[in-house]
Design a protein around this ligand. Structure first.
Ligand SMILES: NC(=O)C1=CN([C@@H]2O[C@H](COP(=O)(O)OP(=O)(O)OC[C@H]3O[C@@H](n4cnc5c(N)ncnc54)[C@H](O)[C@@H]3O)[C@@H](O)[C@H]2O)[C@@H](O)CC1
Ligand SMILES: Nc1ncnc2c1ncn2[C@@H]1O[C@H](COP(=O)(O)OP(=O)(O)OP(=O)(O)O)[C@@H](O)[C@H]1O
Ligand SMILES: [Mg+2]
Length: 368
């Protein structure tokens, strides 16, 4: 018998809490303060995924969007947009002298040197499966974790986790974003038998949401409390103790690359969340002495009108907000383009989705 631990707070209240972690637009801020995010991905085969992710991050509102990619992908990604800063720093089998004897820390050095300037990382979009690349990215993950830099792992980044779960196990500043297939692979790696959303639906269960939350909670617990967004007909978000369901309407076209709008949005939200906890602006909330742990604590923080939120609560909110924005982008793009909709159509909807769902926080000076 599964236990159910998802929060029961209305979307309206959740969005009002999300608005608290969005920095207002103020004249005093300098370049970079509204977010410096890097997407680590992009290879010979895949150049679209890192672009969609980095553009979603930029369109949502971060100041600096970097892409750290494999050499062969760099010029291609640069040609998509001059707004992105694209760095050809990832090695591959083709660019090292001897793939069987590589100095991983030294190959990872140029990327690690950038970490101190970044608020958040999105690791995996279009990364590919080159073994040299993956070893170097695993080293970057280790270093980012040791510096408490928050990161999102998706696509081929999740493959790195299936190869070595200890890289993220127990790290609370990390979000995994598996699709149905990736969720199954992660569960298998952790040796737990959980049904995916599709299997649950096919089995004709009545309580699909409860069963899906339970599966996501179990996987999160197996990872020591890492936050997981299981994407699907509804996105189930869990940190092993508390879960939130994101089930707003999306579009009906399942073109590839929509998950990249999610990861890019997450990158920006993680950067904003860090700024919120550093008190970069006055949120008008009262200090909160107690750090939320349990679902009751999280629920109380979400229901309180004027209390600062704990990192556990804001991580769940960042995940829920990013999922909601992605689904709203998909809904709007599908309403406009129908079956012709592509991933790039979501990119164009990010700002409109943000304004409709969240809106500018109090104090923002958007009209000069
Ligand atoms: N334009 C681009 O550059 C894109 C690049 N992508 C990259 O492509 C690489 C491989 O990603 P894949 O997602 O193909 O990973 P996999 O190679 O692991 O393939 C997953 C497979 O699962 C299938 N699948 C997905 N959702 C499913 C569902 N709900 N039910 C049943 N089957 C389902 C897919 O059709 C796919 O064949 C990654 O690096 C990714 O970032 C993709 O994100 C798509 C867009
Ligand atoms: N059946 C569905 N109904 C509504 N929304 C969905 C459905 N399936 C996926 N989505 C939404 O699409 C987005 C991407 O999820 P998806 O499962 O396509 O990820 P993915 O396979 O990793 O995508 P990508 O092609 O970018 O790698 C998520 O935000 C999710 O909420
Ligand atoms: Mg994907």
């Amino acid at each position: 018998m599964e236990s159910v631990h998802h929060v029961s707070v209305s979307s309206k209240i959740l969005f009002s809490k999300v608005r608290k972690i969005v920095p207002p637009m103020l004249e005093k801020f300098h370049k970079g303060q509204l977010g410096r995010v890097a997407v680590i991905g992009g290879s010979l085969d895949y150049t679209g995924a890192p672009y969609f992710s980095a553009m979603a991050s930029a369109r949502l509102g971060c100041d600096m969007s970097h892409v750290l990619c494999e050499r062969s992908a760099a010029s291609v990604i640069k040609s998509y947009s001059p707004n992105l800063m694209v760095h050809p720093l990832l090695p591959s089998i083709d660019t090292v002298k001897d793939p069987n004897s590589i100095d991983v820390p030294s190959l990872a050095g140029p990327i690690i040197a950038m970490l101190s300037r970044l608020h958040a990382l999105v690791i995996g979009p279009g990364l590919g499966r080159d073994e040299v690349t993956l070893k170097v990215v695993a080293e970057v993950i280790r270093e980012a974790r040791s510096r408490s830099i928050p990161f999102v792992l998706d696509a081929d980044g999740l493959l790195i986790v299936t190869q070595d779960p200890s890289l993220v196990k127990g790290y609370k500043e990390c979000i995994l974003t598996p699709n149905v297939v990736e969720f199954g692979r992660l569960a298998k790696t952790m040796g737990i038998k959980v049904a995916s959303q599709v299997e649950i639906a096919q089995a004709g269960n009545d309580n699909i949401t409860d069963k899906a939350s339970d599966a996501c909670e179990q996987l999160s617990q197996a990872f020591g409390g890492v936050t997981i967004i299981q994407k699907g007909p509804q996105d189930v978000i869990s940190n092993g103790i508390t879960s939130i369901i994101s089930d707003s309407k999306g579009g009906l076209k399942r073109s590839g690359g929509q998950g990249d709008t999610l990861t890019g949005s997450l990158g920006t939200f993680l950067a904003w969340r860090a700024a919120y906890h550093e008190k970069m602006w006055d949120s008008g909330e009262q200090d909160n002495e107690k750090e939320a742990q349990s679902i009751e604590d999280v629920q109380a923080e979400l229901s309180s009108e004027n209390k600062r939120m704990s990192p556990v609560t804001t991580l769940l909110l960042a995940a829920w907000a990013s999922s909601s924005i992605t689904r709203e982008c998909s809904r709007r793009a599908f309403a406009d383009k129908g079956r012709s909709m592509q991933a790039s159509d979501l990119t164009d909807e990010v700002h409109g989705a943000f304004l409709r769902l969240i809106g500018e926080p109090e104090g923002s000076k958007t009209h000069l």
